[in-house]
Design a protein around this ligand. Structure first.
Ligand code: GH3
Ligand code: MG
Ligand code: MG
Ligand code: MG
Length: 313
């Protein structure tokens, strides 16, 4: 049994490396109870957490109840709703870079592999499969999701502050704007620029400046709502798309943000610094997101000219 032990070590090692301290949930969908049990045993032996469905409807319910399911292993031949139809329904809500699907069917099931893959499965496994191949495919598909997440983070996040970057802001903000146009949400856009930031760099060094920017990012994230979109737009400039605030509430919110930063003591090493920001806000939905940002920028310009450390709408 040496080979088996090696397989187990390989997979356990990968699962451990990928998911130490996290449980990863796998959905197993098969109308045959013995097949579900077999897959559950294999997955649980490697610290993966398993939810089981014996048909498509149950699978869809479980996906609603467990939004953290990362991978679904789905049998092709099932009564009423087959694996192909189920995959189609899952893909309406869960793209393949967020949830992986492995389709399975008997090795002699004709075009099933091709249909499952075209229908949205990330991978295919023919029955009967060895324990080793099953586990390797599970782990490889989970690993690919992790790689994609890393790549997306690198593309969409700012390295220094961990906030979203301008690219993400424009993509996600565009969707918010479209929602605003449909009347589903109210959107306002604010640009926040640090006052006299160059002098912080000049007096204390670039490193200290970096730490101040990171702390401002933390303050923004802490005090804006989760649904609000916060991004680092450029050097010492941040952009916020805030949802569902009336004009008065928007002014109040950004006035609060301004005051918060003004009153905050930024501790960097042995230095304790005070920093202020100017904020320009656009509270009415323009013709485009870009137009709203321009409007916020004009307000920001006025805020600077009025003497900085203030909010202009
Ligand atoms: P104002 O009140 O008019 O906004 O003055 P300011 O000094 O903040 O504006 P200015 O545009 O003249 O300078 C911005 C400075 O921000 C210059 C640049 O070196 C600094 N900066 C941009 N990105 C970074 C960064 O990532 N880290 C650090 N430490 N400084 C940065
Ligand atoms: Mg079946
Ligand atoms: Mg500035
Ligand atoms: Mg600036």
């Amino acid at each position: 049994h040496k080979r088996n032990i090696h397989e187990v070590d390989y997979v356990t090692g990968l699962v451990h490396r990928l998911y130490h301290n996290r449980t990863v949930k796998v959905l197993v969908v098969d109308d045959a109870a013995f097949a579900r049990k077999h897959m559950r045993n294999l997955l649980e032996r490697h610290q993966l957490s398993v939810v089981e469905a014996s048909n498509g409807w149950q699978a869809l319910e479980l996906l609603e109840a467990h939004p953290d399911i990362r991978l679904a292993v789905i049998d092709y031949f099932m009564p009423r709703m087959d694996g192909l139809e189920l995959i189609g329904r899952i893909r309406d809500r869960h793209p393949p870079d967020e949830m992986a699907i492995i389709g399975i069917s008997a090795h002699d099931s004709g075009s099933a592999p091709e249909r499952l893959l075209k229908g949205g499965a990330n991978d295919f496994l023919a029955k009967p499969f060895s324990n080793g191949e099953f586990l390797c495919r599970v782990v490889r598909n989970l690993e690919d999701l992790d790689y994609l997440e890393e790549i997306k983070d690198a593309a969409y996040r700012d390295y220094l502050t961990g906030l979203y970057n301008r690219r993400y802001f424009m993509e996600a903000g565009w969707k918010l704007f479209a929602n605003g146009r449909r009347g589903n949400i109210h959107l306002c856009v604010a640009l926040i620029d640090v006052d006299f930031f160059k002098s912080i760099n000049d007096s204390f060094g670039h490193d200290v400046g970096d730490r101040v920017l990171s702390q401002i990012a933390e303050l923004l994230q802490l005090h804006l709502r989760e649904a609000d979109l916060v991004a680092r737009f450029g050097g010492e400039e941040f952009c916020v798309a805030a949802l569902n605030l009336g004009d008065v509430d928007a002014i109040r919110l950004f006035e609060k943000v301004r005051r918060l930063i003004d009153e905050h003591r930024f501790q960097v090493g042995s230095n304790i610094l005070r920093v202020a920001v100017s904020i320009g806000v656009c509270t009415h939905l323009g013709n485009s997101l870009e137009e709203m940002i321009c409007e916020a920028d004009r307000s920001l310009y006025r805020a600077k000219h009025k003497g900085r450390n203030n909010v202009v709408v």
